[in-house]
Ligand binder design. Structure first.
Ligand code: BES
Ligand code: MN
Ligand code: ZN
Length: 522
């Protein structure tokens, strides 16, 4: 998607859609006359409206459009009233001016771009709102993010989704129009960064949306290599005999029921000056390309959704891509444990006792609790091989997290309160909510086995935390956090910049986290 930043009057940019943010009527100061009961237009907008025949004013005067957040109204200006260069006006409600923030700008960008994409429209102009609480450059970044996310579609398997036809049906060329010209170069820089970040989130969505037949573990490795080649990351893939030599018994056990062999994928971004002692930041992702449950087979209703059981891995690829393209001065390593969980004559079984890379034995009490098993080896590898400064894993790990949080929050737990707090504030900045969950000694006790060092599945109680307690056994003393994205990785709800399917959750939060770490160390 092409994004241009310009400055000028609202009518100065030819457009198929001109998206106009409208604030809801604010609370008037005491003694400043009667309370406003309809949204107001700025002087420049009122001038434009008059030149277009007053269609905006009529909509506002009618009371039909009050500027509440996410309200939308499409208007067709009088073609004979001049300014034929503007085909449509899209009023987008953005709520009270005092409350307008980065997320408000992201939603505005998303609403405008998704309306345009829906109509296969080529040129979109978005007027940047002026609000006291939001700096223009932050607004530029958020509008670009929202626009790129809002224009996203997963349509490569639909007629017109690929090749020449796809071009016609592509994301709109988008202009962000600012009223004032100060700091234009900075606005452009930040819009570009916002676009890159959101494109990386879309790469994660593409991976997550891809069905299991398109993206088995080797396919995920192929995509990781492609992203690495395009962005200057290094990529190493461990598979076959090398996995065996490396002691990845747990990852191999989960993958052994499938004809598509498991892979361990390592992506690395070496940004900034080499600092001597401190290790990298490690991001570890669950990459189950399809989770049937294995011999502990899942019910068939909704099983197809388990093609997105590699959303943690997708977030890792997206975040590493963004870190490279944004040239973040940090050393970041992404590690993905990729496998397909299938039932077959070679599958691992309930009752099996398997080895893990860390040397701890695991009794398999449920083959559907496979995510923690593959992560056990990935976390141990990350810890031993890279001695990370901090480590975060992302996984669609438990149905319990989906029940607990729905699509509204990610469950966050770990062994380091400061790290959890960093993740919470990074999540706030990115508007990806992180909700802390406890890890208690009792949770670990639930994972004890009479015949092995651990068992892989606890009971129904505290399912999010017992899974976390299991993972903790493989991270040593490294500051570590586990993010359960089972609820947030996939959505059935439409929002201004999300639609049904993969969300790409984690990418924005991880980049905010890495940026905060860089600042802290500077
Ligand atoms: N991938 C699933 C968890 C999941 C469920 C993610 C729904 C997204 C939406 C995971 O592998 C799983 O099956 N977990 C089991 C664990 C249980 C057997 C201890 C679960 O939560 O039921
Ligand atoms: Mn499972
Ligand atoms: Zn799973």
């Amino acid at each position: 998607m092409r994004i241009t930043v310009k400055t000028g009057e609202p009518g100065s940019s030819a457009a198929d859609i001109l998206a106009i943010p409208v604030f809801s009527p604010g609370k008037e100061k005491k003694g400043a006359g009667p309370k406003a009961d309809r949204p107001r237009l700025s002087g420049a907008l009122a001038r434009l409206d008059r030149s277009l025949g007053g269609v905006i004013d009529r909509a506002l005067e009618s009371g039909d459009f009050r500027g509440q957040a996410d309200q939308r109204l499409l208007l067709y200006p009088d073609a004979h009233a001049g300014k034929a260069s503007i085909q449509r006006l899209l009023l987008v409600g953005v709520g009270a001016a005092e409350e307008f923030d980065i997320e408000g700008a992201r939603r505005l960008g998303g609403a405008a771009a998704s309306e345009s994409r829906e109509r296969k429209i080529g040129r979109l102009t978005i007027l940047a709102p002026r609000a006291r609480g939001l700096r223009a450059e932050d607004c530029a970044a958020a509008l670009a993010e929202g626009a790129v996310l809002g224009a996203y579609r997963y349509d490569r398997f639909k007629k017109g989704g690929r090749g020449a036809a796809a071009k016609k049906n592509a994301a709109p060329n988008t202009t962000l129009l600012f009223e004032r010209a100060e700091g234009l170069a900075q606005l452009r820089g930040r819009a570009k960064e916002g676009g890159l970040l959101a494109e990386s989130q879309n790469v994660a969505r593409d991976l997550s949306n891809a069905p299991g037949n398109e993206l088995p573990p080797a396919g995920l490795a192929r995509e990781a290599r492609r992203v690495a080649r395009e962005t200057g990351l290094t990529c190493r893939v461990i598979r076959g005999a090398e996995l065996e030599r490396g002691g990845f018994s747990a990852l191999m056990a989960v993958g052994q029921g499938s004809a598509n062999p498991p892979q361990l994928i390592v992506l690395e971004h070496r940004g900034g000056r080499k600092r001597n002692k401190a290790g990298p930041l490690c991001i570890v992702g669950k990459g189950i390309t399809f989770d049937s449950g294995g011999i502990s087979l899942k019910p068939s209703a909704g099983m197809g959704d388990m093609k997105h059981d590699m959303s943690g891995a997708a977030a890792v690829v997206g975040a590493l891509r963004a870190a490279a393209l944004l040239d973040l001065p940090a050393h970041v390593v992404g590690i993905i444990a990729a496998a397909e969980n299938m039932p077959s004559g070679t599958a691992y079984r309930p009752g099996d006792i398997i080895q893990s890379r860390a040397g701890k034995t695991i009794e398999i009490t449920n083959t559907d609790a496979e995510g923690r098993v593959v992560l056990a080896d990935a976390l141990d590898y990350a810890n031993e091989k890279f001695s990370p400064e901090a480590m975060i894993d992302l996984a669609t790990l438990t149905g319990a997290a989906m029940i607990a949080f729905g699509p509204w929050a990610t469950g966050a737990m770990g062994n380091d309160d400061a790290l959890i707090q960093e993740i919470q504030s990074a999540g706030e900045e990115a508007s990806e909510r992180m909700c802390p969950m406890p890890l208690l000694p009792e949770h670990l006790r639930e994972m004890r086995s009479p015949v092995a060092d651990l068992k892989n599945a606890g009971g129904r109680e505290a399912g999010v935390s017992t899974a976390g307690a299991f993972l903790q056994q493989f991270v040593g003393d490294t500051p570590w956090a586990h993010l359960d994205i089972a609820g947030t990785g996939w959505t059935n709800r439409r929002t201004p910049y999300h639609r049904q399917g993969a969300t790409g959750v984690g990418v924005r939060m991880l980049i905010a986290w890495i940026r905060a770490r860089v600042q802290q160390n500077a």
